[in-house]
Design a protein around this ligand. Structure first.
Ligand SMILES: [Mn+2]
Length: 267
């Protein structure tokens, strides 16, 4: 295991490497060497997809920098609620491999997206919801074996994702009970849904991870903190009052250094 101790309390800023996903992998390593945050979220996708060799290279940089790490699971063409059994099996296999790499990196949290409604959802009401629950249980089982914390992220409306609103998550957690993944609360997505306060008020006990990025309330533009309509003073205070302890990962794709600085000042 690499990275710092688990028992650090309070809110800590991290930086998602999403902003440099378009750059070649060696540049990710260079970028990690100069990150001004104690934690980084690696994106296991596209040109930065994890493999054994990359995990070894990343471990060296992470250890040298004394960085804490979280991992964002693959998300391209990933639908854990796919009604096609071969696809769902392939998706879960890919996700479990990602979870294993995350474990090897000493990742504190592994974040994944909920399943999506398929184009045959109309003909099989409830099937996608059921498969989403089933796959989540399977991922939880894998996570328990690795002793890894996993968190499912809220997406925004309109989109075919199964978990977007506060109400979706309340139903999801009612069905799963205590054996459930944590909530990776994405503030930018919740803002598009007009439910930032709702998530904090009604689901704060489930939030174990946070993504922070800004937008104008209509499109998921992942702007820098302060470049959209989100009232960050209010959000950070509400999270403090709710007793949130964990990472708050800047997931902007522009102005990332400034965003990290702005959030640091608010904590
Ligand atoms: Mn996010």
């Amino acid at each position: 295991m690499v990275g710092a101790k688990d028992d650090v309390r309070g809110m800590r800023i991290g930086l998602s490497m999403l902003y440099c996903l378009g750059r070649p992998f060696p540049q990710l390593l260079t970028e990690l060497e100069r990150v001004e945050a104690g934690c980084v979220e690696l994106v296991d996708e596209g040109g930065h997809s994890l493999n054994e060799r990359r995990v070894r290279a990343l471990r060296r940089v992470i250890e040298d920098g004394g960085l804490e790490v979280t991992v964002h699971a693959p998300f391209v063409d990933v639908n854990i609620a796919s009604p096609v059994p071969t696809i769902r099996r392939a998706v879960l296999k890919r996700l479990k491999r990602s979870m294993l790499y995350a474990h090897e990196l000493g990742s504190k949290v592994w974040v994944f997206h909920p399943g999506l409604h398929s184009s045959i959802a109309y003909f099989h009401p409830g099937l996608d919801w059921k498969l989403n629950i089933q796959s989540t249980r399977e991922l939880l089982e894998a996570a328990e074996q690795l002793d890894t914390k996993i968190a499912i992220e809220n997406i925004f409306d309109p989109s075919p994702f199964l978990l977007k609103s506060v109400e979706d998550f309340i139903r999801f957690y009612e069905e799963l009970g205590s054996d459930a993944p944590g909530l990776a609360f994405d503030i930018g997505h919740a803002y598009i849904n007009r439910q930032v306060a709702g998530f904090i008020e009604r689901l704060s006990d489930r939030i174990i991870h946070i993504h922070a990025h800004d937008n104008d309330g209509t499109s998921d533009s992942h702007k820098g903190i302060g470049y959209g309509g989100i009232d960050w003073d209010w959000v950070i205070n509400a999270l403090k009052e709710a007793g949130y302890e964990g990472f708050i990962i800047v997931e902007s794709i522009e102005g990332v250094e400034e965003s990290v600085e702005r959030l640091k000042r608010l904590l």
